[in-house]
Design a protein around this ligand. Structure first.
Ligand code: FE2
Ligand code: FE2
Length: 166
């Protein structure tokens, strides 16, 4: 398999960027010289990134092919996505109420590690196996196109629907 047509390699890079963003967020939120508005701004930016990632996975990737859900149980991944979004929301509430959110962030980091491990050790390797090289290339193209130019309306509708389940 060519490295550039592996969904695993492609998504691992994205996961690395997201995890880095989360680590930076924890540092910024712990700093007294960063004001509350800036902290909210960083948290919102992370939430936006997370929402786009969840959309990419749940819509563009999970729904790419009907066989995907037959091979892998997507329920666990979906539940974890909800957990992540929920915990970012509750960290934001803590921040707005002036409560300490370090513990919430540590838990989120731990949970995120588990989630990324599940995707990188189980889901993406299986996905790579079941798709042909042509399909993998096509899927990577679709995901890149969305990352370069996210369709805000589509994303917004998905998030509203998604958050409704919370
Ligand atoms: Fe992911
Ligand atoms: Fe995910």
């Amino acid at each position: 398999m060519k490295a550039n047509s592996s969904m695993l390699d492609f998504m691992v890079k994205d996961h690395g960027r997201m995890y880095g963003m989360l680590s930076n967020l924890r540092m910024s939120l712990g700093r007294s010289f960063v004001n509350a508005d800036e902290k909210i701004g960083y948290l919102d930016a992370f939430m936006k990134r997370e929402e786009a990632h969840v959309y990419i996975e749940e819509v563009l990737i999970f729904e790419y092919n009907n066989d995907i859900s037959k091979v892998v149980s997507l329920d666990v991944i979906r539940k974890q996505h909800l957990e992540i979004v929920k915990s970012v929301k509750s960290i934001k509430e803590d921040l707005l109420e002036g409560r300490d959110c370090n513990l919430g962030l540590i838990r989120l980091q731990e949970f995120m590690k588990e989630h990324l491990k599940l995707e990188e050790k189980k889901f993406y390797p299986l996905l790579d196996e079941m798709l042909s090289e042509k399909q993998r290339e096509d899927l990577i193209r679709r995901v890149s196109a969305f990352e370069d130019r996210p369709k805000q309306g589509v994303l917004k509708r998905f998030i509203i629907k998604f958050l409704h389940i919370l």
